[in-house]
Design a protein around this ligand. Sequence first.
Ligand code: 5GP
Length: 193
Amino acid sequence: MEELVQRIKEDGRVLGEGVLKVDSFVTHQVDPNLMEAIGYRFAEVFADAGITKVVTIEASGIAPALFAAKKLEVPMIFARKAKSLTMDEELLTASVYSFTKQVTSQISISRKFLSSDDKVLIIDDFLANGQAAKGLVELCQQAGATVDGIGIVIEKSFQDGRALLEEMGMRVISLARIDSLKNGEVEFLEGDA
Ligand code: 5GP
């Protein structure tokens, strides 16, 4: 997605350890117009898939997922990273190792929001080693829901996430694919959409 690639070139910052900082438009301050364009692009790609729910994980997946859900005219569900006192129903849960925070946490969604009738589009901001997306797939599978595909805003293609998800039989659509972050430079591969 050219608009996203341009924005990463202009405002992304490479941190050591293969991390890209995009806090001025995705992960802290959020650009609503860009998020709308991203969400709508995912909706276009999955328009004929019969998606019934968009599932993401808090916090930075919420903005693109919400716009995709709006366009697809379905609800958006975000998995929570911390259990809230108000989550008093039965929960679907999975363990996720966080690439950026380097801790394992439990993610959860109330069982009542997903069922075996659902066809899910999973969306997340980054794909690194694939643990967050894998955790979301597991939550959907626990509910008996079908995952039709995974939409990623920024894929770091030099990490193993895509391979892991494709081995699970998942279709992965990434709008920006990064080949390398070496020497402080962002090198891109052709994106999927
Ligand atoms: P994974 O589970 O695929 O290893 O990592 C995905 C999660 O880690 C994303 O939800 C994102 O929050 C975070 N993440 C991974 N790599 C980066 C990165 O380079 N920059 C930022 N800002 N977040 C990242």
